[in-house]
Write a protein that binds this ligand. Sequence first.
Ligand code: SAM
Length: 362
Amino acid sequence: MQNDIVIAADSHVYLPADISAPSDWRSETTSLESDIRQGVLENGRIYQTLRENKIQYAFVTHNPYGCNPPPRVQTDFRSVPSDDQMFETYENSHLLMIICDSDLENPLYHAPTGKLPKHILDIGTGKGSWAIDVADMFPSATVRGVDLFPPPLSWIPPNCILEVDDILRSWTWKDPFDLVHIKNLDGSFNAQEQESLYKQCYDNIKPGGWIEQLEVSYFIECDDDSLPGHSVLRSWGPRLAQAAQKAGRPLGAMHTMRDSIANAGFTDIHVKDYKLPIGPWPRDKQLKEVGEVNHQHWMGGMEGYGMWLLTHFGGPLALGEGGGSGLYCTNEAGAYGYEISYLSTQSTGLGEKAGTGTKHRT
Ligand SMILES: C[S@@+](CC[C@H](N)C(=O)[O-])C[C@H]1O[C@@H](n2cnc3c(N)ncnc32)[C@H](O)[C@@H]1O
């Protein structure tokens, strides 16, 4: 190799997990938020992490393998990767909801904000697709999307602002929101953080404004018996829920959000449930389309949704016992092809901060 060739540096360098990084190894994006650290590479996926967001390992009392848990007592909580594969998964789940609600005038959300909302916030915006589409739909509104890391975008509408921040800190936005939107944040917070997040939403929404949340169940279901009882796909959801419980970030927001929204003080609460095919097996044309996209969503997303939780908190189970990663599930689903009527479920919940706003009509 010639010595005079200058090798161009990658501006996004990822550290292997468990290396305590010297402070000068941070990415350029961290200048936005001094303690948002560079990502780490673990099991082939890239994760972003907050230095102070540490959680205790919840040790299992019964250990069938007779060995002690690893000596580490703390770990950064990472949840889902922040890499291209995950962004594609978010894109698919966004598209999925647009197809599901394509018969509505506004397929992006249900809250009756009217045609001239002024300030909208999307919490944990991921790739920012929802925030961007809402900004396009309401050019006179300011739509903010906030996440722990910046999405890989080169262009956003001028009325859309994507910010890097930790939503659990005190909010400093000055204008009260017409709508705060949350999508797929299940498992990101412990009970205390969750309560304070809903409270901050309430305090920062204008009277007559709305909170709207969409959450997915990680349980893969089937209305008939075509999905075998021993299928890893059946046990993947329960295993993930068990691991999340051990991690202190329980799953199940789809079922708890109604109470969480009510407990924060919101009224006029509505919940809409969706049953979504995985794969193009339904006869109905719209559901077939939903199934196609949902299949892409789960096949591309299961590894990312499950990898960190299952490898850190899933317990040392053999693959056949359902301890497999999302990748194993993906392979199994691939092997079954489209012969099985898989389903996933999700719900949208919304509530109003009492005021003079428009009432929701179901
Ligand atoms: C499963 S993703 C969902 C992304 C997007 N809402 C969607 O549905 O496509 C959850 C997102 O929440 C973000 N998140 C988790 N905790 C957060 C926090 N404390 N502050 C801001 N964002 C957070 C994660 O970084 C991740 O992008």
